[in-house]
Design a protein around this ligand. Structure first.
Ligand code: HEC
Length: 163
């Protein structure tokens, strides 16, 4: 009879524990989850900063031509040119003048986290609605994204001069 009662109490506590309703078991399961996710190789970003499109536009900073050249190659080899062009709309947004419309941080985030952008950024969501297509993650590194941004600045500057 006594054992039975203990078993019942154990069960009830256990049930609450799973629901995370008690402090001690809640934090215990929390740290277990954290330990598992910190073991994975790519730390997944889940929330984008809210101020991505605040500040000077990308085109307002000086162009690093060496990086732009590397960026041009990446633009071809990383698949960007399959969807994007300058001065004409293929199936995706025209990138002519994109660096005068957006900040470097915003463009970087669109290149590195297009999936999150479409969910969390109002501008990206609007583009998604317009093109009915989700830009895929082309797995660029932060450095590669920076080079592509220099290339976009270079292209935008070039075309502005010819207008
Ligand atoms: C499968 C086609 C596709 C590929 C490949 C692709 N994009 Fe996109 N891109 C899109 C679409 C569609 C959007 C609009 C946002 C959305 O719907 O996800 C977009 C949005 C953008 C924007 C924002 C445009 C604006 O007007 O603000 C930039 C910048 C951009 N892409 C750069 C790149 C770069 C750099 C690469 C290569 C690393 C790339 N994209 C690869 C389809 C693509």
């Amino acid at each position: 009879m006594r054992l039975h009662t203990i078993a019942m109490v154990w069960l009830v506590l256990g049930t609450f524990g799973c629901g995370g309703k008690t402090d001690s078991s809640g934090s215990a399961s929390g740290s277990a989850t954290a330990a598992v996710s910190s073991g994975s190789s790519t730390p997944a970003l889940t929330t984008l900063p809210a101020d991505l499109d605040q500040g000077p536009r990308a085109a307002e900073s000086v162009i690093d031509e060496a990086k732009a050249e590397a960026g041009e190659t990446l633009f071809q080899t990383k698949g960007c040119s399959a969807c994007h062009a300058f001065g004409k709309r293929v199936s995706c947004p025209d990138l002519d003048g994109v660096t005068t419309r957006r900040t470097a941080k915003w463009i970087q985030s669109q290149i590195l986290h297009p999936d999150l952008m479409v969910k969390q950024d109002p501008t990206a969501r609007q583009l998604f609605a317009q093109y009915s297509l989700q830009m895929p993650n082309q797995n660029l590194t932060v450095d590669e994204a920076a080079q592509v941004i220099e290339f976009l600045k270079h292209k935008n500057h070039e075309s502005a001069e010819h207008k």
